[in-house]
Design a protein around this ligand. Structure first.
Ligand code: PGA
Length: 307
């Protein structure tokens, strides 16, 4: 949970304790035809409460037996206070149904992909209706492995269309964005994130954002053990919020949860959880072990930093 309270927004650097209101001029690119967020004001009274969310992306890993064992280990932890933390696990498609049947009921299940349209003659695809039918409530879309793997190469527009399809079927979406190492080194981090988000903003309505969680995942930090520094993370998250104020509206900027992803582990999650604009994590490798419970527990660090 993170509150934005008072003070001017900094455009670089991060404070682990500050909770900020934005009242300043635009600091990030706003696509043409949209207004800048110069008049934006975010405050607690405007409803700045964002429940911490931890997602586990199992990618193309685990077997049916391994999932059963992991779910048993995860069941040992106390019940979630779901007003303080939400947990969503994303198994490979063939194990969605099984995972839903063996996973504790206070954790939700996400698919890692869906087809852009309805059921029909689409060999190898999985429609949103089918995902819902087996008890999934979420889908991860726009993951960098689907954007960037040369065999897949999903475009911004395709991902935005899939997101629209998911939302129209009542699925919530973890919408992943992030820059490659090359793009960061060329100083294009924000341009890339804005381009990816703008494709979505053009495709869904302002009311649809309530079911979207953004996962900022710098590609160079995924699966590499190279974690972005707290300053790097907060700077991008804050600018994403600023962008949302300009391209969508203040309410969406204030209420949309922004997760960080990329080599998150029990060892680094507590420091990152305290950042004002970090509302949870999307976790790959570290979600394959029972110690993932320690990442979930980092919501307490977020609450402790909330003033
Ligand atoms: P990682 O993956 O935690 O293994 O870096 C994160 C992700 O790809 O979502």
């Amino acid at each position: 949970m993170a509150f934005i309270t008072s003070g001017a927004a900094a455009v670089s650097g991060a404070s682990l304790t500050a909770r900020r209101a934005f009242t300043g001029a635009a600091v990030c690119p706003v696509p043409s035809g949209r207004t800048s967020p110069a008049a934006a004001t975010w405050s607690m009274s405007a409803g700045g409460l964002r429940t911490f969310l931890v997602g586990g992306n199992w990618k193309c890993n685990l077997s049916k037996d391994a999932i059963t064992s992991l779910c048993k280990e995860l069941a040992a932890a106390p019940d979630l206070e779901t007003d303080k933390v939400e947990v969503v696990l994303a198994p490979p498609t063939p194990y969605l149904d099984h995972t839903r049947s063996v996973l504790r009921q206070d954790f939700e299940v996400a698919a890692q992909n869906i087809w852009v349209g309805g059921p029909g003659a689409y060999t190898g695809e999985t429609a949103a209706e089918m995902i819902k039918d087996v008890g999934c409530t979420w889908v991860i879309l726009g993951h960098s492995e689907r954007r960037n793997l040369p065999q897949i190469r999903e475009s911004d527009d395709f991902i935005a269309q899939k997101t629209k399809t998911a939302l129209s079927h009542g699925l919530k979406v973890m919408f992943c964005i992030g820059e490659t190492l090359e793009e960061r080194e060329e100083g294009r981090t924000l341009d890339v994130c804005v381009r990816q988000l703008h494709a979505l903003a053009e495709t869904i309505g302002a009311d649809d954002w309530k079911d979207v969680v953004i996962a900022y995942e710098p590609v160079w930090a995924i699966g590499t053990g190279k974690i972005a520094t707290p300053d790097q993370v907060e700077e991008v998250h804050e600018k994403i919020r600023h962008y949302l104020a300009g391209d969508v509206n203040d309410k969406v900027a204030q209420e949309t949860r922004i997760l960080y992803g990329g080599s998150v582990s029990p060892g680094n999650c507590n420091e990152l959880a305290q950042l004002p604009d970090v509302d949870g994590f999307l976790v790959g490798g570290a979600s394959l072990k029972a110690s993932f419970l320690e990442v979930i527990e980092s919501f307490k660090s977020d609450l402790a930093a909330t003033v």
